[in-house]
Design a binder for this molecule. Structure first.
Ligand code: GLU
Length: 428
């Protein structure tokens, strides 16, 4: 996939322009919201295990903080670019607004591949990242969290560095911490579960019983795993999962027509979302080219990997049976693929809504950290369900009332709430 052909920031800006047109937003508001308010670009020098210094490129982008402190994850990825981080930070502003959380949007990244880094080297990157942005992040200004290839351990190293320098405890500085170390029950599950809560609501609208549905999922990281878990609990069948193969540097799809076994696949997966293909073949999975995940004869597609995965080159390959797409990933669909999906009348749950479960429980984690009082898992998941369901209904009602599709409705709600906050503060 040529990432330069589809620049996620251009996609994010095109989506914003469309929402701004629908809202007839004035020029000042457009100028403010079309670009991030602040950006930090920096170098993180790390002494590697072989004794040599290697310099990693790091970013933090704060798109908007009118509704509350900037909020969003930090991604470790070898192809990370500033434009990807810019797009992701803008999408965070809209996501927290759609979920109606008192937060803004930000995103961070480091150009690195954790597959090739020892735990000590990863720790040094985490601590170095915090040292570079220390003065510009914090529990009341910008609160990081996990994203692709970052996990609870990375968050704890970052928190420790922040607190070591400040000389005080600030558990609300970062979310996605380990349970027992300021983390929230249910945070790990939250994004994937949230995707399926949204799917459940969409199926209700389509008058389809989840028990009779099949799904194919792209990705086998944190989002995908818990989305599959809840979907199976709802009675659905996942027939295909695709993921990146680190050794072959390509992706494969793993298919079992009568349904994949999640525990079985987890037992042969690495922590970054790869499945060992030889072992999958031994377990009687068909091992197919990665691109075939979207060609499966299923009711539901869940892109839960990277951006730009449904695009003009491949969107025509989706099976005519597909009636629902739930965007577990951020920005998985390019604008041209979006048009095709609309034309085919496929119900699309946009990323801003579908994957808002993660940041919703991050918000609950902040609240618990600040109170130093932690809730039971059932309470967290119950509150997640309430928030996701009401966000879904708000977007769906708005779409119907204004004859918009779900993406347009989510974008318009988000941009209008954010613009209102900027206006009320006297910024525009
Ligand atoms: N990285 C996640 C996202 O894209 C979670 C962000 C957060 O919890 O702050 O929504």
């Amino acid at each position: 996939m040529n990432r330069s052909v589809y620049n996620p920031f251009q996609t994010a800006q095109a989506q914003f322009d469309h929402a701004a047109d629908l809202l007839e937003l004035d020029q000042g508001a457009r100028d403010l919201l079309r670009n991030p308010m602040k950006e930090f670009h920096f170098s993180i020098p790390v002494r590697m295990d072989n004794g040599r210094i290697k310099v990693f490129r790091g970013f933090r982008v704060q798109h908007n903080h009118a509704r509350g402190p900037a909020k969003g994850g930090i991604r470790f990825h070898p192809q990370e670019t500033i434009d990807t981080v810019r797009a992701l930070s803008m999408w965070m502003t809209w996501k927290t607004a759609v979920a109606d959380l008192p937060l803004g949007g930000g995103k961070g990244g480091v150009v690195c591949d954790p597959h090739n880094l020892s735990p000590r080297e990863q720790e040094q990157i985490c601590r170095g990242w915090v040292r570079q942005v220390l003065k510009n992040v914090g529990p009341y200004s910008d609160i990081p969290a996990p994203d692709i290839m970052t996990n609870t351990q990375h968050m704890l190293w970052m928190l420790d560095e922040y607190e070591a320098i400040q000389g005080e405890h600030f558990p609300g500085f970062i979310t996605g911490k380990p349970v027992g170390m300021g983390g929230s029950q249910g945070r790990t599950e939250a994004t994937g579960y949230g995707v399926m809560i949204a799917v459940r609501e969409a199926l209700k609208e389509l008058s389809v019983n989840p028990e009779n549905t099949t799904a194919s999922v792209q990705g086998f990281g944190n989002v995908s795993r818990y989305a599959i878990e809840l979907f199976q609990q709802m009675g659905g069948t996942v027939t295909c999962v695709s993921c990146w193969d680190q050794i072959d540097q390509t992706s494969y799809a793993f298919r079992k027509k009568d349904g994949i076994n999640l525990d079985e696949l987890l037992s042969i997966a690495d922590p970054f979302g790869g499945i060992i293909k030889e072992k999958a073949a031994d377990l009687n999975y068909e091992v197919l080219p990665g691109s075939t995940w979207m060609e499966q004869e299923v009711d539901i597609l869940v892109p839960a990997a990277l951006e730009n995965q449904l695009n003009a080159d491949n969107i025509k390959n989706i099976n005519s049976r597909v009636k629902l797409i739930a965007e577990g990933a951020n920005g998985p669909t390019t604008p041209d693929a979006d048009q095709f999906i609309n034309k085919k009348n496929i119900f699309l749950i946009p990323d801003l809504l579908a994957n808002a479960g993660g940041v919703t429980v991050s918000y609950f984690e902040q609240v618990q950290s600040n109170m130093n009082y932690f809730w039971e898992k059932e309470e967290v998941l119950g509150k997640l369900d309430v928030k996701m369901t009401s966000a879904f209904i708000a977007v769906s009602d708005f779409a119907k009332a204004n004859k918009l599709n779900m993406r347009e409705a989510a974008n318009v709600i988000a941009v209008s709430r954010t613009a209102d906050a900027c206006r009320n503060r006297g910024w525009i």
